[in-house]
Design a protein around this ligand. Structure first.
Ligand code: GH3
Ligand code: MG
Ligand code: MG
Ligand code: MG
Length: 336
């Protein structure tokens, strides 16, 4: 029996060419050969046969024919009983059955239809007529397969689109250079954390970090060195976060921000100081900057327990002010 060969099952295209899978059930090999010659060589048709009635049902269940050509007179089981046996199988209940009978007999025809046949052809039929009947009875099945295929393709396309959207949303929240969250993410998260802190009457801390004399580093060591320094700084900030809700973002240029929910001033200063010391310890060359020979950063820390009158802007302003103080007091320090 040849291999199942409906169209491609990959999801690239809904265009598939389903073949008509004909199963001939006949004990006479001369008939099998005659029918085979009529059906073979048509690209839309796949010919299969079984000559033993005893094996017919099992063969049919396994090969899932589009249409069955059924001989009536067979040695062990007659064609009528076989048609009834097909109809008792869920997978064969609606497969079209064309009776192939030696006799052009009205009673046999009537009985064939009574036990569930869909058509009756006197053998040996004319090739054109047989092809027409086989294709006619298969058309519903093929169009169902095509419809299923089209639906499957549609479902998969929708799933791919949804996945791509999720990926896009993730990408839209990330900074392209450093891979950490970006300003957009910060703008989403900070108000949410602010409201949570207000509701739960818990402290919320914000760190604004700015690399010192970064323009000098860029000018003296090149833009690529500057980019590398930004990546290292981003990695340090992320490394020093302890809780899942903590968020480090590249706020813009050489400025970073850290949001620390449920963290008091002492805890926030501790994180800030650890980040500052870590960057300094990397000892990235910044000779000639006028403020030390290695890259450092200044960090402003603000902590609030949001009251009913306070606003998220207030927290930002306080962190900015603290950063400004850290710069004016000599850089490479943490100010509150
Ligand atoms: P200060 O200590 O006062 O913060 O001085 P500064 O030189 O760090 O600050 P300034 O704002 O004058 O310079 C920031 C520099 O950061 C200038 C800009 O070229 C550089 N910069 C901003 N974004 C990027 C980037 O994506 N890559 C690189 N390599 N440099 C950047
Ligand atoms: Mg026979
Ligand atoms: Mg700056
Ligand atoms: Mg700077």
């Amino acid at each position: 029996m040849s291999k199942l060969s409906h169209g491609s099952t990959n999801s690239a295209s809904p265009v598939t060419h389903f073949k008509v899978r004909v199963l001939l059930v006949d004990d006479q090999l001369i008939i099998v050969e005659a029918i085979r010659r009529m059906l073979d060589g048509h690209p839309d048709i796949e010919f299969h046969y079984v000559s033993s009635a005893a094996a017919a049902v099992e063969t049919a269940v396994n090969m899932k024919p589009t249409v069955i050509l059924q001989d009536l007179v067979m040695p062990d089981i007659d064609g009528f009983a076989l048609i009834q046996a097909y109809r008792a199988q869920a997978s064969l209940a609606s497969v079209p059955v064309i009776v192939l009978s030696a006799k052009d007999d009205a009673k046999l025809k009537a009985h064939s239809f009574a036990v569930g046949a869909n058509d009756y052809v006197v053998k040996v039929p004319d090739q054109i007529e047989l092809l027409a009947r086989v294709r006619y009875h298969s058309s519903g099945h093929i169009s169902r397969l095509q419809r299923d295929e089209a639906f499957r393709f549609l479902r998969e396309s929708q799933q791919r689109l949804a996945d791509a959207n999720i990926e896009l949303q993730k990408l839209a929240a990330l900074d392209g250079l450093t891979g950490i969250a970006n300003r957009r993410r910060f703008d989403e998260v900070l108000p949410v954390e602010w409201q949570r802190a207000q509701r739960e009457r818990k402290p919320l801390s914000l760190l604004m970090c700015d690399i010192d004399c970064f323009k000098h580093h860029n000018d003296s060591f090149g833009h690529q060195a500057g980019d590398m320094c930004l990546k290292k700084t981003a990695a340090i900030l992320t490394e020093h976060l302890k809780r899942p809700a903590d968020l480090a973002v590249r706020y813009g240029g050489e400025e970073f921000a850290i949001v620390l929910p449920d963290t008091d001033a002492a805890g926030a200063v501790q994180v800030a100081e650890a980040c500052r010391a870590h960057l300094e310890a990397l000892a990235i060359d910044n000779t000639g900057s006028g403020f030390g020979d290695v890259v450092t950063m200044s960090i402003g820390v603000a902590t609030v327990v949001p009251g009913p009158e306070s606003s998220v802007r207030e927290l930002m302003e306080r962190a900015d002010k603290a950063l400004y103080a850290a710069k004016s007091e000599g850089r490479n320090r943490v100010c509150v």
